[in-house]
Write a new protein. Sequence first.
Length: 376
Amino acid sequence: MKNKTFWIIALLTLSIISIAYSYNKFTDNEDRKVVAECHETPSTTESEFKPTIENKFKPAKTPKGMVWIPGGEFSMGSNVEDESLCSIKGVTKDASPIHRVYVDGYYMDETEVTNEEFEKFVKATGYVTVAEQKPTKEEFPTANEEDLITGSVIFTPTPSAVNLNNFLQWWRYEPGADWRHPDGPQSSIKGKGNYPVVHVVYEDAEAYAKWAGKRLPTEAEWEFAARGGKTGNLYAWGNNLKPDGKFQANIYQGHFPIKDGDTGEDGFKGIAPTKQYAPNAYGLYDMAGNVWEWVHDWYSVDYYKSLAENGKTIKNPQGPDAYNDPNDPSQIKRVHRGGSFLCTDQYCTRYMVGTRGKGEYRSAANHLGFRCVKSK
């Protein structure tokens, strides 16, 4: 390609990485060492979370591969105002204030949709994902014709330590990358049928869900399920990142984002198969880490504030009527949830259960997938 910068700007964008990163600290080796060793648990104000009240109904039968989520009333959001656990203030404010929500009961996929499941959908329908479609001049009128090629965004470790305020250093547009070729055209999903499918955009996930007789969860449904009936926990499994010294999710340990920087202390370097860690209290796997998950809602930075100002328990919220991200107003965004294998206490701790991600709705990457729900 003659114009690599075009792809970085047009297809990567500030939103593709899911999080509105805003780092300008840790510019020397000593600072990075401090961050890498920081595992403090942020303080919480427990009184902000009121008890979860679950519905009593339980169905006699549950669809294969799904679990029943009873629904009910709970406190949604986060009171942690740190992006990492190392006291970088303020960048999770889109997940506050905590507000009261009610959701009806529903079924939810026990895992993220896998390569095997997505392949069945593609074989049955002939569906072609956005990453497999050649971009058009209508979409990118300023692009050179030779730059309009299929592909997606992949994580690319840096040769050495870098300042963490510029994520373009470790993400690149890879021609030929798609769900069948997650690391580029020479890669394959052979033998990886039980891995989460990646490189899917919102409309790809929505198309699969429709075919399967399901739908994408709302953000409220996703969080209710992730909390597992518990009240105000920091993580889907509790308040300790490593209970009994063991990681409960596939996240990044070590020096981010350098080559071979992930120590794999949690058992995996990079993406992992599903069901490698204990499920939460509702029987759901990987509600934190591994891959980000698309949800139904448009992203709006002040949506939680508008719900809290109502002063009432909001029933079955469907998200805002329109997207709103002042940091990147030209990009149309949906919410992501759960964090990924690249989340680290140095840079992104969005594996905390009440926090949020966001992404341009037609952008894909190798750390982004989804799971589905089904109404009762």
